[in-house]
Design a protein around this ligand. Structure first.
Ligand SMILES: [Zn+2]
Length: 315
């Protein structure tokens, strides 16, 4: 009995070491430890990786990625990660250095880097950079899935098929939501199909679904809106009789309230059409706590507000 016990112990030790040695990645259970910057990026990793991954998203609800700086705890989480995933194209503008440094030590993937540049927007007033908010075009975001599957598959080739089939399901769900979004936005009369928000996060949404988009602050929230911008936007809203403008969960509502006041001073009343999500997901467990739920919430809120179908709690 004693002899058998020792053999089992030796065998177990061998298997454990063998497993760790072969994989060289992940913890002893083989589960990959992934760190994402934003909730949108983290959501993709969870959907594709399923039970094979443990995902930490550094930026929670209400956090603005343009201004976010990595805390000491974040640096430690990045240091311990098997791989790091971020949006890229300067969305995480203040994390460039730490991501660059980690990237020299471990696999690091910017989702936007897998997209052809011809599909990216480069607005005139954004210093020659590409607009990073690609997750508001479902088709474009769908095209970033394969790069994630490829990287996870390199770490864990045994489960590559599982990642592939999960990715197919995720893409199909994005495709269904794409059809829904196109159908819903088309309900708004063309003249009123205008989305006004605090910062310019929705240019891809505008291009993909036929909305005219106006943001007060530009592509990054790092630039402040001037008084002239507020007055210009107020004139535009009054002339076009735009029924609603929108606050974003990760940006202070002050600028949007200033625009509303300036519109009212011109004798027209514009409603605040509710909160939409631009650069951060909603609370965990809430409908906007996932990427697809967040996108759908935005579509429903924008469409119902611009059609004047707002419920009282949205006003
Ligand atoms: Zn943004």
């Amino acid at each position: 009995m004693k002899m058998r016990g020792s053999l089992l112990l030796i065998l177990a030790t061998f298997l454990f070491v063998g497993c760790g040695g072969d994989k060289d990645k992940g913890d002893s259970s083989g589960i990959l430890n992934l760190v994402a910057t934003t909730g949108q990026v983290g959501d993709m990793l969870m959907n594709i990786g399923g039970e094979r991954v443990r995902v930490t998203s550094l930026m929670g609800p209400g956090i603005d990625p343009h201004l976010y700086k990595a805390s000491a705890g974040d640096v430690e989480r990045l240091r311990r990660a098997d791989a790091i995933f971020y949006n890229g194209h300067h969305l995480e503008a203040k994390m460039g250095e730490v991501i660059g440094e980690m990237g020299s030590r471990k696999p690091t993937l910017a989702l936007t880097e897998s997209l052809p540049e011809a599909r990216l927007l480069s607005p005139n007033d954004y210093e020659g950079l590409y607009d990073p908010h690609i997750w508001f075009d479902l088709d474009l975001r769908s095209r970033t899935v394969d790069a994630v599957v490829a990287l996870l598959g390199e770490f864990d080739p045994e489960h590559r098929d599982e990642f592939d089939s999960r990715a197919r399901i995720y893409k199909a769900r994005m495709g269904e939501l794409q059809a829904y979004a196109l159908e819903q936005f088309a309900r708004i009369p063309k003249q009123q199909r205008v989305l006004i928000t605090a910062h310019d996060a929705f240019n891809y949404l505008g291009r993909a679904y036929g909305l005219e988009v106006r943001g007060l602050q530009g592509i990054s929230t790092a630039s402040e809106a001037g008084t002239g911008d507020v007055q210009d936007l107020a004139t535009f809203i009054t002339e076009r009789r735009i029924p609603a403008l929108f606050v974003e969960s990760s940006v202070s509502p002050r600028a949007i309230e200033a625009v509303r006041a300036a519109v009212q001073a011109r004798g027209f009343d514009v409603q605040v059409g509710g909160e939409i999500f631009s650069d951060a997901l909603g609370d965990k467990g809430s409908p906007a706590g996932t990427y697809l739920g967040m996108f759908r919430h935005n579509v429903d809120t924008i469409v119902s507000s611009l059609l004047g179908e707002m419920s009282h709690d949205q006003q």
